[in-house]
Ligand binder design. Sequence first.
Ligand code: PMP
Length: 314
Amino acid sequence: MKSCEDGRFCEGCLIPYGPILVNPNSAVLNYGQGLFEGMKAYRRKDGGIQIFRPQENALRMQMGAERLLLCAPSLQQYVDAIKQVVAANKRWVPPYGKGSLYLRPLLFGSGGVMGLAPAPQTTFLVYTNPIGNKYKGHSGDLNLFIEPNFARAYPGGTGGIKNISNYSPVFQVAKEAKAKGFSDVLFLDAVEHKYIEEVSSCNAFILKGNVISTPPASGTILPGITRKSIIQVARDLGYQVEERRVSVEEALNADEVFCTGTAVGVSPVHSITYQNKKADFKTGEQTVAKKLFDMIRGIQVGDLEDKYSWTLKL
Ligand code: PMP
């Protein structure tokens, strides 16, 4: 699928998964002019299929496209493409409760350029594959490591959009953290190295008393769709939710810490290690994180009424 004028690509075609041709001098390969999205289609108990908040993904892609000078698909084009891909892959949507069909839209500067400039052509495509549940239960499978010397995103940069090049700076530090036995890295702000930002591919929340806090998604933090949904659900459940800077000290002293994302759902963090200090948090069935997980997962898989109209039923 694509959205811009380009006779070489096939508009609206479904093609078997496989390699695609990209010019060696394409702006995506040379300058990282590319975006991706991630979303899931779920099988309901009644066998039907539903997709979680595709319009929000489309809007986030449009926001990223503006920043990278890419030509974004319209909301309609985006949602139609998603529906078409899911419909063609219905048999790959796992049974209820056994996982989901992951959808990965890409938007990139496929046109060739010599010199630092945006591509004259943009390609939009969606590929898909079934995945199991990454969420491992509420015993808390995340033990995070804070490495203050590595940053993920800088003010004025592209941390607030899903630019493909935001992810390669994470590889080395995540590898080092995993070698030390940690599951992932909790990144700090790149200026003062004092405030928590987010994890490699999910947003971070803390709970202290009855107050839930999460760093503001303003520039260096991806505005996660799960994050946005959790903020709404938590407020509707009566929690006070604050979007504000959260210092490392505050995070280490939290009652609960949890991460949100399309892949992880709402995953509890059982510990954070920072400068040889390890802080432990409450996890398990009796947590706020579990309550929020149950609500959001219930909506995603169609077990709970979707009063927000977040799901698109096929
Ligand atoms: N932060 C980053 C850096 C991510 O890659 C993701 C995954 N998209 C998230 C947060 C969570 O976003 P979402 O809830 O939209 O999946």
